[in-house]
Design a protein around this ligand. Structure first.
Ligand code: HGY
Ligand code: MN
Ligand code: MN
Ligand code: MN
Length: 383
């Protein structure tokens, strides 16, 4: 059985992906990726947007079949969301070589930078920059939770030499992209499935303002406490989400100045809202935003993966492989929205839990994912 989990274990030992991207631990991740690529004699490099690449064959001769995912994660995320796709990509190359397969096209492995947007607030920064969907100036100006901008972080790491931005060369090298990812819901009952679509989803920052004052000496009637507005918004989000058939949560909140014995002057809270119906998501946000200070920090429209490619993957896997939508965003969705033929394979998640250390996939299902990915890569290389 393929030691996918051993690969994830090695990645866990680097400790890198458990923290948000662009941090020093990301440097360790690049080392781990490099070791995996070097061990297979793959041609590896980092592109202008921090994405890591490893090639079997020369993509400048013929555009290649690319697979991969991301290594960063949310804080205290799981071990599979992202790394499973990168580890499985390396292992699928091993499987194909073990079969004596000679690819008719180059096969590329990519790890996109900062897919979760855990630090700078915008998900899929690496693939959005690569495709030009995220303008480099906006990316440079993104401010992390520690107050530093992405530009300052890149300068400190000496990584902004060639500058961020749309990468025509990287795009020209990609004929098709397939991302393998752990399923992040409870809907996949077979070991491996194929993605139909990604729900529209976004992140909005709400700023609830109040008047700083003493927690002990200010009469209740004299208080202008922004925590109350925040609390109302949290409860309204759940109520309206149920009403409109969407999902929404305030998963991150920042209280200023954050003293236990003072009424805050500001409560900033981030809403994540998603659903199969874009209109319903927008109605929810409009209702919650009424009379509030709200900034949309990221919006990803619905992505429907190309039907012919999706069905081809399902047929290659056989089974018949289930085809299902997801509420989770992915780099494959960004590439698809930029016109790169893209598809996704999902590996069963027995509990559906994700963005939590409890996230888990069975070794046999991980191995089935690698075999399915190898079969799909071999099939697509034949074009
Ligand atoms: O948040 C998401 O949808 C994904 O896990 N990045
Ligand atoms: Mn995730
Ligand atoms: Mn992911
Ligand atoms: Mn993804």
């Amino acid at each position: 059985m393929l030691d996918v989990l051993a690969g994830i274990g090695r990645n866990v030992r680097t400790g890198g992906y458990r923290r948000d991207a662009w941090s020093s631990s990301e440097l360790e991740l690049r080392e781990w990726f490099g070791q995996e690529a070097d061990a297979r004699g793959l041609d590896r490099y980092e592109d202008r947007n921090g994405n890591l690449w490893a090639w079997w064959g020369d993509p400048d001769r013929t555009p290649g079949v690319v697979t991969g995912s991301h290594l960063d994660s949310v804080r205290e995320g799981g071990a599979f969301d992202g790394p499973l796709g990168v580890v499985s990509a390396f292992q699928a190359v091993d499987v194909l070589r073990g079969r004596g397969f000679e690819p008719g096209r180059p096969i590329g492995i990519v790890s996109f930078s900062d897919e979760e947007g855990a630090r700078f607030g915008v998900p899929c920064i690496g693939s959005r920059l690569l495709t030009g969907i995220l303008p480099p100036e906006r990316a440079r100006g993104l401010t992390g939770d520690d107050g530093g901008t992405l530009a300052e972080v890149l300068r400190a790491q000496g990584r902004d030499s060639v500058g961020l931005g749309r990468d025509e060369k990287a795009l020209a090298r990609m004929k098709v992209f397939v991302e393998l990812h752990i399923e992040q819901g409870r809907n996949l009952t077979e070991p491996v499935g194929v993605a139909a679509a990604i729900w529209p989803h976004g992140r909005w920052r709400f700023d609830f303002r109040g008047t700083a004052d003493h927690a002990g000496t200010t009469a209740l009637a004299d208080r202008d406490d922004p925590m109350l507005s925040y609390a109302h918004a949290v409860l309204a989000a759940r109520r309206v989400a149920e009403q409109f058939g969407v999902v929404a949560t305030f998963g991150k909140v920042r209280v200023s100045p954050n003293n236990a014995n003072a009424i805050p002057s500001l409560v900033s809270a981030w809403l994540d809202a998603r659903g199969p119906d874009e209109g319903a998501v927008r109605r929810l946000v409009a209702e919650l935003s009424e009379g509030q200070e709200v900034v949309c920090e990221s919006w990803t429209p619905e992505v429907t993966f190309p039907t012919a490619l999706r069905d081809r993957l399902a047929a290659t896997i056989g089974g018949p492989a289930p085809i299902l939508p997801t509420g989770a965003g992915h780099d494959a969705g960004i590439l698809a929205s930029a016109g790169i033929p893209s598809a996704m394979l999902f590996v069963r998640n027995p509990t559906g839990v994700s963005h939590s250390p409890a996230e888990f996939a069975e070794p046999d299902d991980c191995a089935a994912g690698v075999t399915a990915l190898a079969d799909v890569l071999a099939d697509l290389c034949g074009d």
